[in-house]
Design a protein around this ligand. Structure first.
Ligand code: AMP
Length: 590
């Protein structure tokens, strides 16, 4: 069917063609003729991204009398963002419809401007319920000539507690109006509204009820609850081109996860209700422009976001309501593209997965979290691929090339490639070289982690290095030697300074450093055994750190360490540890 065939008028047709609408989307094919022919009430079970705005918007533009200045159509939306979006869309469809005025009315913006606009006369009001009530009470919004009401994202309006406001508003609109209700989910409360406020509504379901898009693949990773964040990082690293939303359950969790990702160097931001409107607007804009790859969001806040062409949707927490799962995962796999929906779950959530599978007739592929090697491989190939496709600006680069060739003359082609890949890739190699693989918890019937899992988790937790890298602890790793150093946190020693110090004293070679344990006044670190002897010798050769002479030796038993610690202070009775190094000057400093 074409837009002409379903009755769209030439001036609207011209406008939507300019927007690139060639043919009606299924929801438009169903709803536009109903509204143009017989003005029936409709409940539409449809998510954003299905084309529902044009489904109700095109008939509104076409059927509203632009010669009358009376308000004839009212569209209610839960959020300011959606309100603005709908207004923008309708104005686009009305580009060639003379005299049609569409006004967005929402809280947080100047009421004076809205009052003035209403006074001048608008035929279509797109409003959030709270602000509209305010304007009705001020007698600025007059709804007695409204012939059509649209309740958009009705489930969300309900979730946000707008039911009483909606009832109040509908009481101002003539009873013989035409009512359209759109909702991504159809819980019984929405059905109750439909029964109460609509007349024999026709039900339009887009796609199979509760069905998720066919081209969305569903994956689930089961990890220990404590490993969820590490699993998330692995997922993000495994998909270098990821552009996705990470759904969390609470505002607090949303902020925490976003903060951690940002700290760990990911292109991420958060979107939740604790942020001011201006901050939310800015985050959404950054995400729309793809300046941010990963948006950590709550369900409610994400509703205001009109981005549906995600590569991935990640469920950091699974929703209680399986319909919300449909809604979330519907943001990926759009228009012929494949989408990926990933649930990161712990054992206690596996029953939710089973429930979603049953209710939505989908199946989750239960996969292992990508291994360090798989991630490194993926990142490496992504990088090489990018390199192959890079655009070369010959006019600029060619002038530099002779000098560069000359400088690299001494390296073979293979060496150049190796170095150039390392340059870009060391961050990943460094992280994943020591990172413990995430073990899958085993269901031992205890309803949670098994004993063995708890133990291995404990081991890993202890092995979490303060620079975020992991390493199994308990014993010194094979091939590594544990070294004692007489500096600790009180001496301002931190892992990166220690690593830097080690690198400085290994003849310019980077020796692999294992676990680092920073104590108050002394510390331990592990280095590759071959490097340990020369390193200890070098560090004991008049090296100073923040006023303290460095002393290292191969770590002994715990008792010996205790003695070392006391020995350090005994040599300077009467001085606190802090004062110990003050005022000294040394040959080498950090
Ligand atoms: P909505 O579900 O209203 O948020 O619309 C989703 C997206 O589809 C919007 O970006 C619309 O501009 C676009 N769209 C709506 N109808 C059509 C159509 N018939 N052809 C192409 N794109 C459309």
């Amino acid at each position: 069917m074409t837009f002409e065939e379903i009755g769209v008028a030439p001036e609207v047709l011209k406008a939507i063609r300019e927007l690139g609408f060639e043919n009606p989307m299924p929801i438009q094919e169903k709803i536009i003729p109903i509204l143009l022919d017989r003005n029936a009430d409709i409940t539409g079970l449809a998510q954003t991204g299905t084309g529902k705005t044009a489904a109700f918007g095109i008939p509104i533009v076409q059927q509203t009398d632009a010669r009358s200045s009376k308000t004839q159509v009212l569209i209610l939306s839960p959020t300011r963002e959606l309100c603005v979006q709908i207004t923008k869309d309708l104005n686009n469809y009305a580009k060639y419809t003379e005299g049609l005025k569409i006004l967005a009315v929402y809280g947080g913006a100047s009421i004076e401007t809205q009052l003035r606009a209403l006074k001048a006369g608008v035929q279509v009001i797109v409003a959030t319920p709270g602000r509209l009530i305010d304007l009705i009470e001020r007698k600025a919004a007059k709804l007695s000539s409204v012939y059509r009401v649209v309740l958009d994202e009705a489930d969300e309006m309900l979730n946000m507690g707008f039911l009483d406001d909606i009832k109040k508003i509908l009481a101002q609109v003539p009873d013989d109006r035409n009512t359209l209700l759109f909702s991504a989910t159809m819980p019984k409360e929405i059905r109750a509204i439909a029964n109460k406020f609509m007349t024999n509504p026709e039900e339009v379901v887009i796609g199979e009820r509760n069905a998720t898009a066919e081209n969305v693949k569903h994956f689930s990773f089961t990890v220990h609850a404590r490993d969820k964040y590490l699993a998330l990082k692995r997922v993000a690293d495994y998909y270098p081109n990821i552009y996705g939303i990470i759904f969390c359950r609470t505002r607090k969790e949303t902020q925490e996860i976003a903060d951690k990702l940002i700290k760990d160097g990911y292109s991420a931001d958060s979107l939740h209700g604790d942020l001011s409107q201006a901050m939310r607007d800015s985050v959404m804009q950054k995400f729309r422009l793809r300046n941010v790859q990963l948006l950590v969001a709550t369900d409610v806040a994400a509703r205001g976001l009109d981005v549906n062409d995600l590569t991935h949707v990640i469920h950091y927490s699974l929703p209680d309501d399986y319909e919300i799962y449909t809604h979330r995962s519907g943001r990926t796999g759009r228009v012929g593209k494949d989408g990926i929906s990933i649930a990161i779950t712990h054992l206690r959530e596996t029953h939710v997965i089973r429930k979603i599978e049953k209710l939505l007739h989908i199946s989750f592929e239960k996969t292992k979290i990508p291994s360090s090697r798989e991630i490194c491989e993926k990142q490496l190939f992504h990088f090489i691929d990018k390199m192959e496709r890079v655009e070369i600006d010959h006019t600029l680069i060619d002038t530099f090339l002779p000098v560069i060739y000359k400088k690299l003359d001494w390296l073979s082609k293979e060496e150049v490639i190796k170095r150039f890949v390392s340059l870009e890739f060391n961050r990943f190699l460094d992280y994943y070289r020591d990172a413990a693989e995430l073990s899958e918890p085993r269901d031992d019937g205890s309803g949670g982690e098994g004993r063995r899992d708890r133990k291995s988790r404990r081991d890993r937790d202890q092995g979490e290095r303060s620079d975020g890298r992991r390493n199994f602890s308990g014993q010194t790793e094979e091939g590594f030697t544990r070294v004692f150093i007489n500096l600790g946190k009180l001496d301002d020693l931190h892992p990166s300074a220690l690593i830097e110090m080690i690198n400085e004293h290994t003849d310019g070679r980077k020796v692999p450093v294992g676990r680092i344990d920073l104590m108050k006044s002394f510390s331990f670190f592990e280095v590759k055994s071959q490097a340990a002897g020369p390193l200890i010798k070098a560090l004991n050769n008049d090296v100073w750190y923040r006023g303290n002479k460095v002393s290292t030796e191969i770590a002994q038993s715990k008792d010996a360490m205790e003695k070392k610690k006391w020995g350090k202070d005994e040599r300077h009775p009467g001085k606190t540890e802090r004062q110990f190094g003050n005022g000294r000057k040394g040959k080498k400093k950090w």
